[in-house]
Structures are given as C-alpha cells and as structure tokens.
Design a protein around this ligand. Structure first.
Ligand code: FES
Length: 569
C-alpha cells in the first residue's frame, strides 16, 4: 500500500490506494482546514506535492480555487486528490497551526453547593457519593477529600475543559483543543448532514468523545488525581454539538420544524455516552431553548446573571451563528441568526482561522497599513477580527462607500492608496501584505454577516418595544468576540453607535457557565425555569425581518474620527 509522508510534521502513514490525501492527513493526525467539507470549492485544503511524486496521485486539474501558477508550482487540493503511490507533501502553514482558543469566561459569583456530595460514615468506614441526595455509589474508606468535576465547552471548532475541585470550587486547570469533528465537516449544517447517517454519527460521536477523554486525561495527570474521582461533567455547547456528545442523531435539527430531540432534563450516565470519568459519574446537559439557541447560550445567560440584572441587557455571541439574548428586568428573549462563516475567516480570499500569522488588528492612515498578527508571526491571512477591522478601516477611510464598493481607479483617493489598491481583470482589491488581499466579494460577505447580526438585534428590540437607547449594557461572549474591537463593530454598523461606551467582553461563558452548573445545584433549576419562560424569536418567520436586514446592509455614515481603539497596533 502507498506511503504518504507529511514533510515538516515528520508523519508518515500507509493507506489503501484510492484514499484521499485529506483523509490520509486526518489519519496521520495532520490538521488541514476543510471548510467546504471536501466539495472542492473553498481551496483551503491545499497542499504542496514534492517534485517527482506526481505519479503517486490522481487528481483532476482545473479547480477554480487554484491558479495555473499554483498548479504549476505543485499545489493540489488535498480533498480532490486520491493516492495511488508513495507521495511526499507539505501542508502550508495556514492549515496546520494551532488555534488561539479563548478558554476563560467571566461568571457571576456562585455559592459553593454542588449537586454531587460525599459523606463519610465512620461506623461502616465507607463514603457515600450522592447526586442531589440520591446514592450514586458507596466507596471504601474516607474518600471525601477527592471530589472533582469537569466543565466542558463543546464548540463547533474548539473544545475547552476545566477541572474543578468540588470541595473548594477551585479550578485546577484547563485544556483547550480543536474539535476533531471539524476535520470532517467544518460548519454546523454540514456536520448535521454527515451525522444524519449511521456511519457519520458513529464517527463524529467517537472522535468527539475520544478527544474529550484525552483532554480529561491531560487534566488529571497534571493535577495528579485519578479520573475515577471526577463524578460529574457539565457540557456547554450548541444544540448540535450536545446532540453529538449524547450520541443521538442530529437529523431533526437540520430540517423544519428543527425539532430538538436531546433530553436535557435529566443527567446521562457517563458510561452511556462513553465519557471516561468515575464509573457512576454523570453528565449534565444544561437545558436548550431551541435547535439554534443551545446550552452554550443557557450557560452564558446564567454566567452573566441575566435573569437577575436590572434594566436592559443585550448578550451577543458572535460566530457562524449569531445568538442574541435580550434581558429586560428578568424577561428573556433570544434569537439566532445565520451569519455565515465570514466571522471565522472562512469563505474569504485570504481568510484563515485565528492561528499564528493571522492578522487580527488593522489600522489604516495616511496611505499606510499597519497590521498586528497573532504571535507576531509573518502575515499569512485574515482571521475574523482582522477581517472586520480591515473592512471597518476601509469604510472609515472612505476607500469603500456605504454600499461596500471600492473607490474608482483614477480618483484622488485611489492614487493615495495606490500601493495597496490593485485592479485585476477589472476588479479592484486591497492588498494588506504580500499574500493577503481583500476583494469586493469578501467585503460583501462581511456585509451579509454583519447585517444578519444587526438585523437580529434590531428585530429583538422591535419585538420588545425597545430602542437602542434603552439598552443599558452589551455583553459580547464567545471566542471570536474576545478579539474584536468595539470601534470596528460600530463603524461597520454591526452594533448601534450609542453602544460604544457600554460593551463588555465576557469571553467563553459557555465554559464558565458550565462550571457554575457544577458548583451550584440551584443553577440547574433556575436555568430550567428561565428556559421555560424564554421567548425564542424565529427570525425567518418575522414579516419585518427582511426589510430590517436590507436596511442593515450598508455601512453607516459616522463622523470620521481617529480610531483610538487601534492605539498600539
Ligand atoms: S476545497 Fe478541499 S476542503 Fe474545500
């Protein structure tokens, strides 16, 4: 059988003839982006074939995502190549570096009162482990000192697990990793499609649990404890990810009426879902409000204490799906809007995930471009925050107009930016670095994504008979939110102008909220009550939504001012 060598990774794998190069990389443990789910349309899975190995692969030439020069140089789309002999390939840096993952989130102070308790009985010399007063197991000797839980955020792209001492509430450590499911299908919809087949579901469930078990293994090893002393895991995450964790079919989530079949009322036995903690351990899934307002949002709402906050609070979790919650003196309304993958740097010409080398901040001024990359590495592409910054800066400098169109060649402004503005085949684009460009089409993707979020916010305010001026505070949660600059969000019109002084970034509240569930038993009943009373707006069924969305597409005309948030780029 052919051998595939991944040069630079020092990894080799023997695979049957006919295996795709992308699949070989996956089996060898080499990460390659595949956002289009192997359709051959995104161009992100490119690899470089070493000279002399052309006979080892079969592929069709002519992908529109590879230029003739790329093909000449030996680049191939790994998802479109099948192996027929030995090959040596290199994975370009963009596809292989580790993501910058936001592991921590803010959380309200919770009283230490976990559901899981231990009581030592000196007479029998045994310790009873109980969950909500019900006996889980009796252990020999006094084991009360060893009582742990894990709070896990299962994101579509990333996983975060934190080990918590349930006797003290202390966080003993956390571990972040990529969600291995993303190697097979990057976004939620393609994952639902794959998971709707028996083989796909088995694969996605198995890989997710394997990775979670590995992460727990790392945590217990560094805390020098035994995994059998972890009695509970709480899983935050969107409805689809939790459905996979439970090993249930996600098919009902992919078609109208988007029914949720996951049972989040009772706990699962850890052994039933394959999570390797204590033999009698349990897994809690916080309640979900709908197919697209999941347990990550429930956990976030509880972490941010929205039900008890006075006044009006807007909570936004921006990602491929923008989830929004409006809390008005305890009354909770939530919605979700399909923002598309642009915020994660996907489907963008030079887009990439938030890994070393991704441009995350941009400043334009006086005809010059300043960029800041993750880890200070050479600029390789734009991650979501860099993308929003770039478009906001182009709008602020009036290099694009309200509708996102570039200034015309020949104009004074075009001449001022001639080092960066280029015209290729009649189309203008903006160059930020040697290999990093922004096209008209990319700007359109940003417009569509930001309009989806803004329209969701406006729709919720309208439904609750509120205006932006009524909003007292704005919380932005999620991994992507942590890298954003408020000024860019305002310039783009993603947030109303008057929100500028009331935005707070909360970080990964799906994880911190899951920890709150572990630490305090009452949060479960409070969350169940909150979700039962929550109003979930389905934007597609709101007559006014389309009009509001169209209104949110142009960039607002704001007073041109220096962007102080960019100080230090
Ligand atoms: S082109 Fe190969 S995964 Fe998208």
């Amino acid at each position: 059988m052919p051998e595939v060598s991944f040069v630079g990774h020092n990894k080799h794998i023997i695979v049957p003839e006919g295996t795709s190069l992308l699949e070989a990389a996956r089996q060898a443990g080499v990460f390659i982006e595949s956002p289009c789910n192997r359709e051959g349309t995104c161009g992100k899975c490119r690899v470089l074939l070493h000279p002399g190995y052309l006979a080892g692969v079969y592929h069709e030439r002519g992908s529109h995502t590879l230029s003739a020069e790329d093909e000449q140089a030996g680049y191939l789309l790994s998802c479109q190549v099948s192996i027929r002999g030995d090959v040596r390939v290199e994975v370009p840096e963009k596809g292989q570096l580790l993501l910058k993952i936001v592991a921590d989130g803010k959380c309200r102070i919770v009283k230490l009162d976990p559901l899981i308790e231990k009581t030592f009985d000196p007479e029998s010399g045994t310790t009873a482990v109980t969950s909500g007063g019900e006996l889980l197991v009796t252990e020999i000797g006094d084991t009360t000192a060893n009582l742990y839980g894990v709070a896990i955020d299962i994101g579509t792209t990333t996983l975060v697990a934190a080990l918590i001492d349930l006797n003290t509430g202390e966080r003993l450590g956390s571990k972040a990793a990529l969600n291995p499911q993303a190697l097979h299908a990057q976004d939620v919809l393609s994952r639902i499609k794959l998971g709707s087949t028996v083989e796909g579901l088995t694969l996605l469930h198995k890989e997710l649990l394997q990775e979670l078990n590995r992460m727990i293994g790392v945590l217990v090893a560094s805390a020098k404890i035994n995994r059998s002393t972890i009695y509970e895991a709480v899983l935050g995450g969107n409805t689809t990810m939790l459905t996979f964790a439970a090993g249930a079919s996600p098919s009902s989530l992919g078609k109208y009426p988007y029914r949720v079949e996951l049972n989040t009322i009772s706990s699962y036995a850890s052994a039933d879902i394959g999570l390797q903690i204590a033999d009698h351990g349990q897994v809690c899934f916080p309640p979900v409000a709908s197919a697209y307002v999941g347990a990550d949002i429930t956990a976030g709402i509880m972490a941010a204490d929205l039900p008890r906050l006075k006044g009006v609070t807007l909570f936004v979790d921006i990602g491929t799906n923008g989830e929004m919650v409006l809390a008005e003196n305890g009354k909770i309304t939530a919605t979700s809007t399909a923002a598309g993958p642009a915020f994660e740097g996907m489907n963008i010409s030079s887009g990439m995930r938030a890994v070393a080398g991704a441009i995350e901040k941009v400043l334009l001024g006086n005809g010059t471009v300043a960029v800041h990359t993750i880890s200070g590495a050479c600029p390789l592409g734009l991650c979501g925050s860099g993308l929003l910054d770039t478009v906001a800066e182009l709008a602020r400098e009036e290099i694009i107009d309200r509708n996102g169109r570039f200034v015309k060649p020949g104009s004074e402004l075009f001449a001022m930016w001639q080092g960066n503005l280029e015209v290729e085949q009649g189309r203008t684009r903006f160059r930020l670095a040697e290999n990093v460009i922004l096209t008209q089409q990319d700007i359109r993707q940003v417009q569509l994504a930001k309009a989806a979020v803004r329209a969701g916010i406006d729709m919720m305010l309208l439904t609750c008979s509120l205006s932006p001026e009524d909003v007292d505070r704005v919380y932005i949660a999620g991994s992507f939110g942590a890298h954003l600059q408020v000024s860019s969000l305002i310039t783009l019109g993603l947030l109303p102008e008057n929100f500028a002084d009331r935005v707070e970034f909360l970080g990964n509240t799906s994880q911190s909220g899951a920890a709150a569930f572990l630490l305090n038993r009452d949060i479960r009943s409070d969350a169940a009550l909150m979700v039962a009373g929550m109003t979930v707006l389905e934007l597609s069924r709101e007559a006014a939504f389309e009009k509001i969305f169209l209104k949110a597409l142009p960039f607002p005309q704001l007073l041109k001012q220096h962007n102080e948030d960019h100080y230090g780029v």
